[in-house]
Design a protein. Structure first.
Length: 400
């Protein structure tokens, strides 16, 4: 048997591909592609139902602390009744600072009002008040802070990036500050300045690697439960999910993929019908799209057509992002025939519109049918997208 050259392709955790060549006595068909596999969590899900959901947009009123007032005081010492002014200065108010951190993943911890502490007022005997400690709010990487006019104020893309959202007021001067040769007994002291106060819009550039998109009762929440440890509410009535939930999918290359369960859309969502524009905004922050259609309806292909139409009406080209089609509820009778019809319709659509291929997967989130194949392709799609983005970032940095 002739010695053939086998190729061992290993996908590294960074997304790069290392190719090792060696001469061995094996046939040319023995080419191994080692790709990451989905790893099911060893620990079971908790039995306590908690109301956890993902927040990617918050409107916040931020207010810096007020400066402390200066002290108006005159010293009286033994044998020196008029010892002069001794009023201390007030401390400065604290700032409200947003800081990008790897430890934060959501904006759920932000409240509607964030106020910093006030400075301490000055005291007698020339004692200055203490400056207030700044209030530092950690936010995820990729957080964008905008004014009410939608003007971008800051983009926190790297770890430890900071933005002062509201500055604290300066402390007031005590009457000892105004002592001069002309005025030996000043009777004035300043009040502390008010802190800056304004409303800012805090939002995330990217909410998840992939978003589950579909009509109500398509099985998006059940699918997220099947592939991750997330526990969104599941019930047999529409609009069970009112807030997005994010689950993490683990792979054996120690990488994770974040998948978001987007609340259900209805026809006319781009006109703010149903749960409307706010949920289309969530989809905009997902890198990949996973269309989930219900095989229990009479014509499931129409669901995909309507979903794509809503996305393109909201933002032209949004439906052109890397995506795949999941046909859920394969455990029901007649689902095989509907899946075949969907694949034929998709093939005809690709030929007619000269559109890129849309992979179709038949799964059952309830019976865990077809989950492994779906997650394997999702990993490849996210890795390819990551490599493209890294290449674009490298190219842009070289040009600059």
């Amino acid at each position: 048997m002739p010695a053939w050259r086998s190729v061992l392709r290993i996908r590294l955790p960074t997304g790069e591909t290392s190719t090792l060549l060696r001469n061995t006595d094996i046939c040319s068909n023995c080419v191994r592609n080692i790709t990451a596999k989905h790893v099911r969590p060893h620990k079971g899900k908790g039995t306590i139902e908690r109301e956890h959901y993902f927040v990617d947009f918050v409107k916040v009123l931020v207010a810096g602390g007020q400066g402390g007032n200066g002290m108006l005081s005159f010293s009286s010492l033994p044998k020196q009744e008029w010892a002069g002014p001794d009023g201390g200065n007030g401390g400065h108010g604290a700032h409200v600072i947003f800081k990008a951190s790897h430890n934060s993943k959501s904006l759920a911890h932000l409240t509607k009002e964030i106020r910093a502490l006030n400075g301490i007022k000055g005291k007698t005997k020339n004692r200055d008040g203490k400056n207030a400690s700044h209030r530092i709010i950690e936010v995820p990487l990729g957080t964008v802070i905008k004014a009410e006019t939608s003007t971008t104020l800051a983009s926190l893309d790297n770890g430890d990036d900071v933005f002062v959202a509201a500055r604290g007021g300066a402390g007031g001067k005590g009457n000892s500050f105004f002592l001069s040769n002309e005025n030996r007994a000043p009777t004035i002291a300043e009040e502390g300045a008010l802190g800056q106060e304004r409303t800012v819009l805090v939002e995330l550039k990217t909410m998840a690697d992939a978003g589950l998109i579909g009509f109500p009762n398509a099985g998006k929440s059940s699918l997220l439960r099947a592939v991750s440890r997330a526990q969104p509410k599941v019930s047999a009535y529409p609009f069970t999910t009112l807030n997005p939930h994010v689950g993490m999918i683990d792979y054996d290359d120690h990488q994770q993929i974040a998948v978001a369960d987007i609340p259900g859309l209805i026809p006319g969502a781009h006109q703010n019908k149903g749960l409307g524009i706010s949920f289309l905004r969530h989809i905009e922050r997902c890198l990949c799209l996973i269309y989930v259609i219900d095989l229990s309806v009479e014509n499931p292909w129409n669901q995909l057509v309507q979903l794509r139409y809503e996305l393109n009406q909201y933002q032209p080209g949004l439906a052109s992002r890397p995506s795949l089609l999941v046909c859920n509820k394969m455990d029901l009778p007649g689902s095989e025939d509907k899946l075949r019809i969907i694949k034929e319709a998709q093939t005809a659509h690709e030929m007619q519109e000269n559109d890129k291929s849309l992979p179709v997967f038949g799964v059952s989130a309830k019976k865990l049918i077809g989950i492994g194949e779906l997650l394997e392709y999702l990993k490849k799609m996210c890795d390819n997208l990551s490599q493209i983005r890294d290449h674009e970032d490298t190219h842009s940095s070289d040009v600059s």
